[in-house]
Design a protein around this ligand. Structure first.
Ligand code: SF4
Ligand code: SF4
Length: 296
């Protein structure tokens, strides 16, 4: 088995997590990353810090730039693993035409039926936790990272794991709630996620409001992890026609640079050292409602 520190150096990402396969016991085939590669020994989550400048123009209300949630180019790691003689399946959901609409073997998930939560695997690996707003957060970067998932038959020691007794990253400050001009996040927790022996109180998020939000929300490309799109039709707070996912965010667009996400970045910087010479929030935040009268 490759030691975690050795794999971390080989991968060379800002965040490198390896979840124990047992973390996915009990999930349905469509929810478990291990279904992607039945011979998999390890589930790997990689993260890349999103530069703060990507959020700057949205914070200033000048240029709309998308802070991508998902890593799509993990080619270097895949090739490094293959050079060791092992195989690797990066998670890239697809909805190609003429894909079989039923499982190819009994007990498997249909090829386009995966609803894998990359965040669930990231928490299992000890990379971070889910904040009150339902977005993934790390001690290093808050919400500012893109995540990617791959499964491999290379046996890797799980890690880094979360140190016991470490304070929650989300301190329940409710800045994300107050920052939303649409009041889309409930002021009290709607549920407590119990993941991998830890508990995360999360607010209820009105997915329809987020779809209409003019404050920096974005749709990721359709084939990226989660396939959580602005253009999907939402019904009962989930993508229409899809089975409910037990994971957060199943129907939510990319909110990293929206008013809620940027409020969390501003708060995170007040409570964590990030090394930047000027604070993220310099001017009062802006915000609009989609139903307010427009100026001529
Ligand atoms: S803004 Fe505060 S309450 Fe909301 S997710 Fe961030 S730390 Fe948690
Ligand atoms: S995306 Fe917009 S509507 Fe949704 S919670 Fe964030 S600020 Fe509110």
């Amino acid at each position: 088995m490759m030691p975690y520190v050795e794999f971390k150096a080989l991968a060379g990402y800002d965040l490198v997590g390896v979840a124990s396969p047992s973390a996915f016991a009990g999930l349905s085939p469509g929810e478990s990353p291990l279904s992607l590669f039945p011979d998999a020994q390890s589930v790997v989550v990689l993260g890349r810090r999103i530069r703060r400048g990507v959020f700057r123009s949205m914070e200033e209300g000048s240029l709309w730039s998308v802070a991508g949630r998902w890593l799509t180019g993990m080619d270097g790691v895949v090739r490094a693993i293959e050079r060791l003689g092992y195989e690797c399946v990066p998670f890239t959901p697809a909805d190609a035409p003429r894909m079989p609409r039923e499982p190819v073997r009994p007990g498997q998930c249909r090829p386009n039926g995966f609803r894998i939560s990359v965040e669930y695997a990231a928490v299992a690996a000890g990379l971070g936790e889910i904040g009150y707003h339902g977005m993934f957060m790390t001690e290093q970067f808050g919400i500012r990272q893109s995540l990617g998932l791959l499964v491999t038959d290379l046996p890797i020691e799980p890690g880094p794991g979360r140190p016991a007794g470490q304070a929650p990253i989300c301190d329940q400050c409710q800045e994300c709630v107050r920052a939303c001009p649409l009041q889309a996040i409930s002021p009290g927790p709607a549920k407590v996620l119990a993941w991998h022996g830890r508990q995360f109180p999360v607010g209820g998020v009105n997915a329809l409001a987020c779809q209409a939000c003019p404050n920096g929300v974005a749709g990721d490309a359709k084939y990226f992890a989660g396939a959580e799109e602005l253009h999907f039709e939402i019904e009962n707070n989930q993508v229409k026609g899809e089975a409910a996912s037990r994971f957060v965010g199943g129907s939510l667009p990319n909110r990293l640079a929206a008013a809620c996400g940027r409020a969390c970045i501003a708060h995170f910087e007040k409570t964590h050292a990030t090394g930047y010479k000027i604070p993220f929030r310099i001017r009062p935040p802006w915000g609009f409602r989609p139903d307010q009268p427009k100026e001529d």
